[in-house]
Write a protein that binds this ligand. Sequence first.
Ligand code: PRP
Ligand code: MG
Length: 181
Amino acid sequence: AADVGDDLVEVLFTEAQIQTRIAEMAAEISRDYEGKDLVLVGVLRGAVMVMADLSRALDKHVEMDWMAVSSYGSGTKSSGVVRILKDLDADISGRHVLIVDEIIDTGLTLSWLTSNLGSRGPASVEIATLLRKPEALQMPVKAKYVGWDIPNEFVVGYGLDYRETYRNLRDIGTLSPSVYS
Ligand code: PRP
Ligand code: MG
């Protein structure tokens, strides 16, 4: 049977490498937030895998909440406008917030989300992302915890999709050109 990984032309990060890096990030986060009330905010849908693994690798109690956001118009992010499809259930006022996402590409999503959550009176707002594309960045985003910086290539797996497929791939990689044609 065909495996979802068969369409990859190159594996950038294996499942084992991802888990090792997540564990390192989790150790750092556990240290930094020791004794603090922490709310993890996962950005649906791509962040589901990172959220599940990062939260379970932490050495502390956390609350987990979710937001779903979308760009206005026909999915183009260039408009710079973001709307909330699903807001937090939690009141984050006075609390420490860590936004969890799997990738910072142009930076629009997390730049907007950081300022939106920041306006709700939290004790702090920081970002943890597994991947970041420095060359693609269009908006200033300060991520405190970054798994890896990667080149400006289209990647799938571990939450990252191409037309809603490949999110459940355990590795992260680049797609074979034949998939696009
Ligand atoms: C992707 C990804 C990040 C965001 C990064 O989500 O999961 O959240 O784009 O891109 P940016 O830095 O250019 O904003 P997307 O909006 O495609 O939705 P998804 O999480 O449901 O895949
Ligand atoms: Mg996303």
